[in-house]
Design a protein around this ligand. Sequence first.
Ligand code: GDP
Length: 397
Amino acid sequence: MPKFKSTQDILRIIGNKDQIRNFGVIAHVDHGKTTMSDSLLAASGIISPSVAGQALALDSMKLEQNRQMTIRGANVTLFYETDGKEYVINMIDTPGHIDFTGRVTRALRAIDGVVVVSDSVEGIMTQTETVTRQALEERVRPVLYINKIDRLVKELKLGPEEMQKWLMNIISHFNQLVDIYAEPEVKEKWKVSIQGNSVAFGSAKDRWGFNFKMAKKTGINFKDVYDAYTSNDPALIKSLSERSPLSDAVLGMVVEHHPPPHVAQRYRIPKIWPGDLNSDIGKALLACDEKGPALMMVTTINVDPQAGRVATGRLYSGTIKDGDEVYLIDAKRPGRVQSVNIYMGNTREIVSVLPAGNIPALLGLDYAIAGETISTVKGAQAFESIKYVSEPVVTIA
Ligand code: GDP
């Protein structure tokens, strides 16, 4: 079940940047991105205080429906604890395909790592390659999750040894992509491997998964997987998920290999922000400095029936709080932040103030569109130049 954490707990954890991760999930269509993301939320999503009471009153069916509806939103916040250390992990929605509006690129700017999901039978496909390439070009670090392992047993009839051979081919195919598209300085470090704990195997449908560390700890292996699926015994399959939950396999890799925001920004800002790195903003961005001028990039706009337009994105520097006068750099307009929120699980909670490295959801910026750069400095350099085709219309449903 998702964890209940109070707003204070979350704010305490994210006050330490080492405990934040911002990541996305990319996959070829149908390889299991949605099923995996849903499984992470089901196991590790934080239940916000405002829905904790309500959750008890709802039957599980309704909860399930709520989740399904919102998993494709702007941001889902997960909580993960390992070796006594707590992490707040933002899973930011990354569109699966590249369209002319550059939505993938924009989402990739807000994250520092990706989980690449690949179907075990189909392996690395064209879309896996295109999006992985984009991630590498944006200096976003990948880990690999090979999904639908059940298909290797049920459809390809592979035994434990054969499965491992088959999977090694997928891993080396993936590493060829890293070899081609990653920059020379990170090429070797960013290649994935079983022993390096940057590859996980599992079934999102059945919610089990393991990486090298988990296999060592729990003793789970390919023979257990083979036995479970050849037996066709639902209890055996279920026991895999109890023994080795998928969420641990994936989030374990995320906290180990995806960098926290202040580490990532040092090498990512020169790539994604075209401004002067020696300026005050430039220095603040490189350091993810919460005391510097605020600069945020909006990745998603949601229209909320109650709150109106909600602009969600990554705050790279500074601190943003209720009532701040800001500038919408591309729109060349001033704006006023009415309320600073964060996502807890997939619901929005008011926090009033948030430091750099986080993913604020801002209310009150009626003219913001996705791709907009928001800053406390008038005339700050934008992340990208976006065209306002017409005056944005605010729809209140
Ligand atoms: P997406 O397009 O990448 O978001 O893929 P979905 O999560 O929607 O999954 C595509 C299809 O694959 C759905 O029918 C899922 O039920 C199925 N699927 C997801 N995970 C698994 C798995 O581990 N094993 C099998 N056999 N099917 C799966």
